[in-house]
Design a protein around this ligand. Structure first.
Ligand code: PEP
Ligand code: MN
Length: 344
């Protein structure tokens, strides 16, 4: 069961509901939205009726939710979430294109790349400072220095910054300066990390585990929501299959499936999803056509020289085409939505 609070409900109202839940043998997990908060009531609620809560102060309505994920579920009847990242940048309202290199390679490199992606229509800058790599001998990022360069590049261009946090002990440091905390595919089920980012109010970009089902992705999102952070965006980035031609199999059917199951925004990463430069543009078009709210794309000034993930990096020119075509496709599907935050 979930309790949907009225906009502007007081903290004391939320606490009173959690107390009532405890008295009835349930536990209450509040998720504090900017406009509207929700509380999931967990436990054996067969003998509990929505009316036990619906009359309490601040309550808008109480809904029974049959899915194992509660706060993430569409059954709540909540409108699609729009996550405010920065003034003029809202994920879930229009098409949001996030671009940048796989890793921060140097201060000059990220400043230059940030300018290129900004000039070609990105609304946010992505890059890894802490890189989870398959081999311990590969480049694993510039760490805290990389984070500082990335934040500087974000400030220089006005682009909000998305970057990965790999462990709970990095969360505080990264949350101080980055605009969005990325949870990578390898960490989708790192529950301590999910809870730690859930205790912040920073927007979180949660990537689908490479072997995770859609339900497992939604339950991972539920960890973050149930820790109190409502600002979760999901990202389909390809799953492991028997196919060897592509790095992963980009599961675009997950996009409309997720959109029907959850109110959270859904993005697509066609770069890791394919691992092949020549497939990034066609899969980006397809992602937008099937309902994605945004794209996360690896762009490099000199793609072949990328220190990590060179085969999937696209050039700024190719990125410019991608931005143009994807916004055109989005415009066909949503003629009512004028482009909001794009700069070209
Ligand atoms: C990334 O986006 O930088 C990344 C490492 O992606 P993934 O976790 O999907 O492999
Ligand atoms: Mn990469």
């Amino acid at each position: 069961m979930i309790v949907i609070m009225k906009p502007g409900a007081k903290d004391t109202d939320i606490q009173a509901i959690c107390l009532r839940a405890t008295e009835m043998g349930l536990s209450g997990h509040p998720c504090y939205g900017v406009e509207q908060s929700t509380i999931s009531l967990i436990g054996n609620d067969r003998s509990v009726a929505p009316e036990d809560f619906s009359g309490l102060a601040g309550v808008e309505r109480v809904v029974r939710v049959s899915t194992p994920y509660k706060l993430a579920s569409r059954q709540s009847g909540l409108p699609s979430s729009a996550i405010k990242i920065a003034p003029g940048v809202v994920v879930g309202s229009g098409l949001t294109i996030i671009a940048g290199p796989c890793s921060v390679e140097s201060r000059e490199h990220i400043l230059h790349t940030a300018q290129l992606v900004k000039a070609n229509g990105a609304q946010m800058l992505r890059a890894g400072a802490f890189k989870p790599r398959t081999s311990p001998y590969q480049f694993r990022g510039l760490g805290e220095d990389g984070l500082d360069y990335l934040v500087e590049a974000g400030q220089a261009t006005g682009l909000p910054v998305v970057t990965e946090v790999m462990s709970p002990r990095q969360v505080e440091r990264v949350a101080q300066t980055a605009n969005v905390l990325q949870i990578g595919t390898r960490n989708m089920q790192n529950y301590d990390l999910l809870l730690e980012v859930g205790r912040t109010d920073k927007p979180v970009l949660l990537k689908r585990g490479m072997s995770a089902t859609i339900a497992e992705l939604l339950l991972a999102a539920e960890y973050i929501l149930s820790a109190g952070n409502p600002n979760v965006m999901l990202c389909e980035r390809g799953i492991r299959t028997f196919e060897q031609h592509t790095r992963n199999t980009l599961d675009l059917s997950a996009v409309p499936a997720l959109k029907s199951l959850t109110h959270l925004p859904v993005l697509v990463d066609p770069s890791h999803g394919t691992g092949r430069r020549e497939l990034v543009l066609p899969m980006s078009r397809a992602a937008v056509a099937c309902g994605a709210d945004g794209l996360l794309v690896e762009v490099h000034p000199d793609p072949d020289r990328s220190v990590s993930d060179a085969q999937q990096a696209i050039s700024p020119e190719m990125f410019a085409q991608l931005v143009r075509e994807c916004h055109a496709i989005f415009g066909v599907l949503h003629p009512e939505s004028a482009r909001t935050s794009a700069t070209v």
